[in-house]
Structures are given as C-alpha cells and as structure tokens.
Design a protein around this ligand. Structure first.
Ligand SMILES: [Zn+2]
Length: 224
C-alpha cells in the first residue's frame, strides 16, 4: 500500500464509522416533494390565523421508521421544505445531526402513524371557530350541513358526532398518547380533536389533511 493510501485509510474508516453511528438523513426526491407541499400548507395555516405565533405542527411519513417533523418555536409561515427534522418513529429521537427541536406535540403525530399505515402526512392547526365551539365540550354534533360529506357523512341528513379529547398539558400528552389516543381517533374522518385547542388530521397528502381541518372549521361556523 502506498504512503498516501496508508494515511487516508484511517480517515475514511473514521468517517464511515461516524456515519453509521450518526447518519446524516436526507429526504428522498419524493419526500422533498411532500415536504415542499407541507411547507405550503403550513403557510396557509399561518396566514389563515390557524397557527399564530409559533403554534401548529406538521409532519410527513413516507419511509418506515422515519418521520419528518416541523421544528418547535418557529413561525410556521416561514417553513420551507428543508425546515423539517428527521425523527425515528420507534424511539422518538431525532436522527443524526439536527439543529432544530421537534414539536412538543410530536407524540400525537407518531401515535397516528403507528396506528394508521395509510397516514402519510399529519397537519395540526388551531382554527378559531373550532376552538370557540369546542370549549367545555366532550363531543360535537353536526347535522344538516353539506360539508359533512368531507369528513365522513354519506349525506347532510346524517347526524355526525365527534368525540372531543380533553386538552392535555405538556407533561400529560405522552401518557395520553399511550393510554387514550386510540379512543379519540376518528378513523372515518381521519382526525382527532382536542377541546378548546385544535385539530390533527391525517391523509395521504398535505392538502387533503388541510381540507379535513377546513371542513370541520367550516362546520363550526354553522354557515355551510
Ligand atoms: Zn396545538
């Protein structure tokens, strides 16, 4: 082996080992498309007033065990496709080197992905009519609205009932996700509601998840 090769070999070996210990995960071309769309949906939520200050959170899950999660403490009107943090679905830990911190509401996203294989995206927002309408309630009932069809009704004649989960503190959310999340997931409408707080919706695209929240917010205005 030449002198040059003897010098470079330990360096390459060290690089390979550090990569294996702490891989730099990068989005696949398909994930890049989804993340760009999700950043647009996050902007929509921000400019509608559904994610004020740094609230709201957004994620994409296309690969087994890998979830791209929006960062905490960041204005969601400024997200881009490269703002998302890679998280392990199994351990909930961030993959590789990450400058940002994932959202504290991430356990709800991961809980949805663990239970619903078809979920590719989760959108969480705080739409104001829903917040007002759900305050102090354990369920919401809608009947006679055409827009019900967007969240699981066959027709406007059906009575559509949603269980509303009690809002959770930061400390209580992890336990809630282990013990009670299942009870409050609406698999037909693909959403979960938290009393006086907001809605999480899942779908196979960011836009569809947004539309689900849009439908509930519209129902809560009582105008459609
Ligand atoms: Zn929230």
């Amino acid at each position: 082996m030449s002198e040059w090769a003897l010098e470079i070999f330990p360096y390459l070996k060290g690089l390979a080992l550090s990569y294996l210990e702490n891989p730099l995960v990068t989005p696949s071309p398909l994930e890049k498309c989804f993340l760009r769309d999700m950043a647009e949906v996050a902007k929509d939520c921000y400019y509608r007033g559904w994610a004020p200050a740094t609230s709201g959170n957004f994620s994409v899950h296309l690969r087994r065990n890998l979830v791209w999660q929006s960062p905490s403490g960041v204005c969601k009107g400024r997200l881009t496709g490269s703002s998302f943090i890679p998280i392990s679905l199994e351990s909930q830990a961030a993959w590789g080197f990450s400058l940002g911190k994932p959202s504290e509401e991430m356990p709800v996203h991961l809980g949805i992905y663990r239970r619903h294989d078809e979920a590719r995206c989760v959108v969480h927002a705080h739409p104001p009519h829903f917040i007002k309408h759900s305050k102090g309630k354990s369920e919401l009932v809608f009947e006679g609205y055409e827009i019900q069809k967007a969240v699981g009704s066959e027709s406007f004649c059906e009575q559509l009932t949603f269980r509303v989960a009690p809002n959770q503190t930061r400390e209580g959310l992890e336990g809630f996700c282990h013990e009670q999340l299942e009870t409050y997931l609406h698999t037909q409408a693909k959403l979960i509601m938290f009393e006086g707080h907001g809605i999480y919706a899942w779908a196979d695209s960011p836009l569809k998840a947004l539309q689900c929240i849009e439908a509930v917010e519209s129902l809560c205005t009582g105008k459609n």
